[in-house]
Design a protein around this ligand. Structure first.
Ligand SMILES: Nc1ncnc2c1ncn2[C@@H]1O[C@H](COP(=O)(O)OP(=O)(O)OP(=O)(O)O)[C@@H](O)[C@H]1O
Ligand SMILES: [Mg+2]
Length: 252
C-alpha cells in the first residue's frame, strides 16, 4: 500500500535552494533508501513527504492524493527516539490509535500485536528511560506501525546504535516489513545499510540536493552482506556518493 510520488519538488530556505527539482517515486510496498552527503536535504524530503513542511514548488502525491497538510497516512521514525518519556512502552504505542478514537479493547489488541512483533514482550510497562537504545528504536517502529500507515518515513533510525545492534535492528525491520508490506522511504548515511535493506537506492547530490543516481538492488533476501554482488553494488554506490561528499570537502 502507498505509492509516493514527488514531482519537481524544490524547497528554498532564506532564498537559497536546499533541495532542487526532486523527482522520485516510492512504489507500492517498495523499500527505498535515500543516501546523500550531510546537508543535501534528506530530512527536508522526508518532512515534505510527511506534510510537516510545504514545497516552494512542485507537488507530492500519496496514492494520487496531493499532500497539502500533515499527512496522517504516514508513520515517521526519527533519528532521535522521540518517545513520550511519561508513557510506558504500551502507552507510547497506543498513543496514535487512542488519538484516532479507537475502542479501548481494539487499542490493547493492536499494541500487543506490535509489542510482540518487535520483540518487546515482557517490557510493556517499562518507561523509555528503562530501555536500551535498540529497544527504544523498536518502540518507535512499533508506534509508527500501530498507526496503520500507508508509508513509513524513517530518518536514520539506527544512526545512534552500535554496529552490532544496528545489524540486528536491520534484520528485525526487514522481518516486520516483510510481514506487513508497507512502502518505506528510509534515510541513511550507511551504504552497507542501504544495500542490505533496499529494493532501490537513490543517491542525492550535494546541496542543493537533487536525485543524482538510482541503483536497483536485485538481491534475494535474506541478503549476504559479503557476497560479491553486494560488494560490487556497494562500490558503485560509494563512488557516486563519494563524488558528492568531495564537493563539500574538496581536500579529501
Ligand atoms: N528550517 C530551516 N531553516 C533554514 N534552513 C534549513 C531548515 N531546515 C533545513 N535547512 C537547510 O536545508 C539544508 C538541508 O537540510 P537537511 O536537514 O534536509 O539535510 P540532511 O540531508 O538531512 O543532512 P544530514 O545528513 O546532516 O541529516 C541544510 O543546508 C539546512 O541548513
Ligand atoms: Mg537529516
Amino acid at each position: 500500500m502507498g505509492r509516493l510520488v514527488l514531482k519537481g519538488v524544490s524547497r528554498k530556505f532564506n532564498n537559497s535552494f536546499a533541495v532542487n527539482n526532486v523527482n522520485l517515486e516510492v512504489n507500492e510496498g517498495e523499500f527505498l533508501c535515500l543516501l546523500g552527503p550531510s546537508g543535501c536535504g534528506k530530512t527536508t524530503v522526508l518532512r515534505l513527504a510527511a506534510g510537516l513542511d510545504t514545497p516552494s514548488s512542485g507537488e507530492i502525491f500519496l496514492d494520487d492524493k496531493k499532500i497539502t497538510g500533515a499527512n496522517r497516512e504516514c508513520g515517521f521514525v526519527f533519528q532521535e527516539y522521540a518517545l513520550f518519556p511519561w508513557r510506558t512502552v504500551r502507552g507510547n504505542i497506543e498513543f496514535g490509535p487512542e488519538v484516532k478514537g479507537m475502542q479501548k479493547e481494539e487499542v490493547k489488541r493492536l499494541s500487543q500485536h506490535y509489542i510482540d512483533l518487535v520483540g518487546l514482550t515482557g517490557f510493556e510497562n517499562h518507561f523509555p528511560h528503562e530501555l536500551s537504545g535498540g529497544m527504544k528504536q523498536r518502540v518507535g517502529i512499533a508506534r509508527a506501525y500501530a498507526n496503520n500507515p500507508k508509508l513509513l518515513l524513517m530518518d536514520e533510525p539506527f544512526g545512534a546504535l552500535d554496529a552490532q545492534t544496528r545489524n540486528i535492528m536491520q534484520g528485525e525491520l526487514l522481518r516486520i516489513w516483510e510481514q506487513e508490506h508497507i512502502s518505506a522511504l528510509f534515510v541513511t548515511h550507511s551504504v552497507d545499510e542501504a544495500v542490505y535493506l533496499a529494493d532501490r537506492v537513490v543517491v542525492m547530490s550535494a546541496r542543493p540536493g537533487t536525485v543524482k543516481e538510482m541503483f536497483e538492488i536485485n538481491l534475494p533476501r535474506p541478503r549476504v552482506r559479503t557476497s560479491p554482488e553486494a560488494n560490487e553494488l556497494r562500490n558503485s554506490i560509494l563512488k557516486s556518493l563519494g563524488a558528492e561528499i568531495k564537493k563539500l570537502v574538496p581536500q579529501v
